[in-house]
Design a binder for this molecule. Structure first.
Ligand SMILES: [Zn+2]
Length: 548
């Protein structure tokens, strides 16, 4: 069985992200049904590994190490997320610092098994190999906007499964917006009663004025949120909830109009884009409301980070609001815009007092901003951002031109996403440690259903996952394309749609056209249907770009 197969050594292993170091050894390990695994203290990780082998050749757990060919060893010398996976002809050994590394080693092994499986086969040959692996970035994120279109628990769990499979570890959950409030807050029931439903949706693109007549609603109860948080934690994924303030808050204002400068009335907005009505920092009620909401949020999400938005907050109403003017003069600030910094700092201090850290979009960057507030970069102001990073501020990079998954493939082709280097060339290496990592967001104005979601996300998520994990000097587009088909087959088996490879790198003329029509991208909207919070989505149909 231990013959050397030179030819196979020329092909990369079917792994995404590719490991940092792969040393080929002679021969093959034979994976078969009679294999036994002794999980030791890693029962959860091994159970998920076995459940994730959606093939007929599953191993079984035993309670004695003597009976097993798969050994898991603790090695405290290894870094937190690092692992060694040594596959010999007779035995597989995993070494890791703790359960995180064990989980990732098992995902690597699972990918090797899944890609080696042929329907009907009774055993799988796995190339003997020694893998030493650890991530480039600690923050390997995906963001889902469920405020524009509610997707539901099953979709979230499926996405968490795929993230874990590709070793991504942060699920940023955008839960509040102008168009909907999606998280139950017991102290403020109207956030759900009023804020989780809108009467219609804007169609025909960001510049369109036309509305359809489809109401849209949905929300998560606190019990459902706890279930999802625990589902993610078992897969080594931290969930970062986003509660937007002071802008993108019209759903909250519709529920509690006293939080706005004018007192309303406000409507949960059927329109996309930027809204002038935002929260009023001059009213004492606003900070009390935010602290009370966040107190319930902190109880639901145990992770260190809480996202508070901070983007696209026009100060139009603040300029003519007596309460905002009063706060501005009492605070001695130069510009009314600086009230946002006062609010952000207040919330940042509140979160720190509760052992957490605030994250906000890069529009919040201003002189006087709490240095501990973490910035998520998406667009513009690169010079200012670099100054902040050099002075010690931590950053997460989500350049919209490369990483916004809501963009069509004409604007953000697969290969461009893969080849994009997220860390700014101008940032000196001594400040690179301030980059926590990268994140790829999916905004859902034009993603009304699962089929469209799958098409936007896959296969670009795999490209971002590899950038988040692998040393950039080892990334290789040709190798990525060699490895990708095995994973597309696995998406097929799970009935997950994706952009076909021939469509995911459109020719130049289509890319120009795509860039010009970016703001009009919204063709999928026409298939939007009423989605209620607890309905199970029907089996998704595959979405195609030419579907009108
Ligand atoms: Zn005001």
């Amino acid at each position: 069985m231990c013959e050397v197969a030179l030819e196979k050594q020329l092909t990369p292993l079917s792994l995404i992200p590719y490991p940092q170091a792969v040393e080929r050894l002679s021969g093959f390990f034979i994976w078969k049904r009679s294999l036994k695994i002794f999980p030791g203290e890693f029962g959860n990780e091994v159970a998920l590994f076995l459940a994730g082998l959606t093939v007929e050749i599953r191993a079984s757990m035993v309670d004695s190490e003597a009976l097993t060919q798969i050994k898991i060893k603790i090695d405290r010398e290894l870094a937190q997320e690092a692992y060694q996976l040594r596959i010999l002809c007779e035995e597989i050994t995993i070494r890791a610092h703790n359960e995180t590394g064990v989980f990732y080693a098992l995902q690597t092994l699972r990918q090797l098994i899944m890609s080696g499986y042929q329907v009907g086969s009774t055993q799988i040959e796995i190339q003997a190999v020694n893998i030493m692996d650890a991530p480039r970035f600690a923050w390997r994120g995906f963001m889902l906007d469920e405020a524009r279109h509610f997707q539901g628990m099953q979709t979230v769990k499926d996405l968490l499964d795929w993230m874990a499979y590709f070793k991504m570890n942060v699920f940023h959950w955008h839960l509040t917006e102008d168009q909907g409030w999606r998280i139950e807050i017991k102290q403020y029931p109207r956030l759900i009663e009023v804020g989780s439903s809108r009467p219609a949706n804007q169609v025909s693109g960001f510049l369109g004025k036309q509305l359809n007549a489809n109401p849209h609603s949905g929300f998560y109860t606190q019990a459902e949120i706890k279930e999802i948080v625990s589902y993610a934690a078992a897969r080594q994924i931290q969930i970062v909830p986003e509660i937007e303030m002071p802008g993108h808050a019209q759903a909250a204002l519709a529920a509690y109009p006293e939080l706005g400068c004018t007192g309303g009335p406000y409507q949960v907005s059927p329109r996309w884009g930027i809204h002038s009505d935002i929260m009023c920092p001059g009213k004492a009620n606003t900070t009390t409301f935010l602290q009370n909401v966040l107190t319930e949020v902190l109880d639901l999400f145990p992770g260190k980070f809480i996202h508070t938005g901070g983007d696209e907050a026009p100060k139009t109403r603040w300029k003519t609001c007596p309460d905002c003017q009063k706060l501005a003069s009492e605070s001695g600030i130069a510009r009314i815009n600086d009230l946002q910094t006062i609010l952000t700092n207040h919330i940042s201090q509140f979160l720190q007092a509760n052992g957490r850290m605030l994250i906000g979009w890069n529009e919040m960057l201003a002189e006087g901003l709490d240095p501990k507030a973490v910035v998520q970069y998406w667009v513009g102001r690169k010079k200012k951002l670099l100054q902040h990073i050099r002075s010690g501020r931590k950053a997460i990079l989500s350049n919209f031109a490369a990483y916004y998954l809501d963009h069509g493939y004409a604007h953000s082709p697969l290969d461009k996403v893969y080849q994009y280097e997220p860390v700014f060339e101008k940032l000196e290496p001594e400040y690179h440690h301030n980059i926590l990592g990268i994140e790829t967001p999916l905004w859902t104005e034009f993603v009304p259903n699962r089929a469209r979601l799958d098409w936007q996300v896959f296969p670009r998520l795999l490209a971002v996952a590899e950038t988040a994990w692998l040393d950039p000097r080892k990334k290789d587009l040709a190798s990525f394309h060699q490895r990708l088909p095995a994973f597309l087959k696995q998406l097929d088996v799970k009935n997950v749609g994706y952009s076909k490879l021939m469509d995911s790198n459109p020719p130049f003329h289509k890319r120009i056209f795509g860039a010009l029509t970016l703001l009009q991208a919204g063709k999928g909207e026409r298939s939007a249907t009423l989605c209620d919070s607890h309905s199970t989505p029907s089996q998704p149909d595959r979405w195609q770009p030419d579907q009108q």
